[in-house]
Design a protein around this ligand. Structure first.
Ligand SMILES: [Zn+2]
Length: 267
């Protein structure tokens, strides 16, 4: 702001001050990360609904005609939303989950549990840089993170409302149960989801739950795209690990990574 004022462009400064400065918490990325945004930074969902409506509803028609086309679209969109929920009710995956996460799995929606499960996997690799009583400090690529067994100031915990890798790591170190309902926002619970979709009364009682196992795909010959996806998982994990810690360690880690690149490079 000081640099803007130093330019001496009064009209621009006034425009910025009147139009943007007061609402900076809505557009500055760093300030948005302290709110419960569920890490959604775009309006893609809204645009998607808009494009579906436009693909069905005719332009330049009467109001009556417009609504006669709009309501089936809305009904169809609702059914689309309900489908994964009904699948969640009637199918129970038999994939082996860590025993410590069973309570989360039975309480959370599949989407929310996948987030917690990922955080759990990441938590196993963490080591706190400092421990002071029940307060733990972690050095991360995004800065210093302070956490306890009931809360954390990292972006994942603050913006999503689910237990993050730091909290899970601390609870494990202190031999506490990983499950704590207070760490979970009500919106992520299956019960809240069913209530929201009005599924419980209409569908839940009439369906019989079945267990399903998704057979693991074994393909001896992978397409180039499949090979890329397999390799990308490894490199993403490598990049994540490299970015943890200080800059000096980063240079050491990247030097080793470059040697790995030289090994796999085609000759
Ligand atoms: Zn955290």
């Amino acid at each position: 702001m000081d640099r803007l004022k130093a330019l001496g462009l009064q009209h621009v400064t006034d425009y910025f001050t009147n139009s943007w400065d007061d609402i900076k918490s809505e557009w500055v990325q760093g300030l948005r990360n302290v709110d419960l945004t569920f890490q959604v930074a775009t309006n893609n969902r809204l645009e998607s609904i808009n494009s579906k409506i436009k693909s069905v509803c005719s332009r330049y028609v009467t109001m009556k005609q417009f609504f006669s086309e709009l309501f089936p679209v809305l009904a169809s969109l609702c059914d689309e939303c309900r489908h994964p929920n009904i699948m969640m009710l009637v199918k129970h995956p038999v994939v082996q989950r860590p025993e410590e996460l069973k309570a989360y799995e039975s309480m959370l929606t599949a989407y929310a549990f996948a987030i917690v499960n990922k955080q759990y996997q990441l938590s196993c690799r963490l080591t706190p840089s400092c421990v002071n009583g029940d307060k733990y400090t972690f050095d991360t690529s995004a800065g210093v993170v302070n956490a306890t067994c009931t809360g954390c100031n990292c972006m994942q915990f603050v913006t999503v409302g689910l237990p993050c890798k730091h909290v899970l790591n601390i609870r494990k170190q202190r031999s506490q149960s990983l499950f704590d309902e207070s760490l979970v926002l009500a919106r992520w619970k299956q019960s809240a989801y069913w209530d929201h979709c009005k599924l419980r009364s209409t569908y839940a009682d009439s369906y019989v739950a079945v267990s399903t196992a998704v057979p693991e795909r074994k393909s001896s010959i992978l397409s180039q795209h499949e090979k890329f996806r397999v390799a990308k998982k490894v490199t993403d994990s490598l990049a994540s690990l490299c970015s943890e810690g200080g800059t000096v360690r980063l240079h050491g880690k990247t030097a080793v990574s470059e040697k790995c690149t030289a090994v796999v490079e085609p000759r």
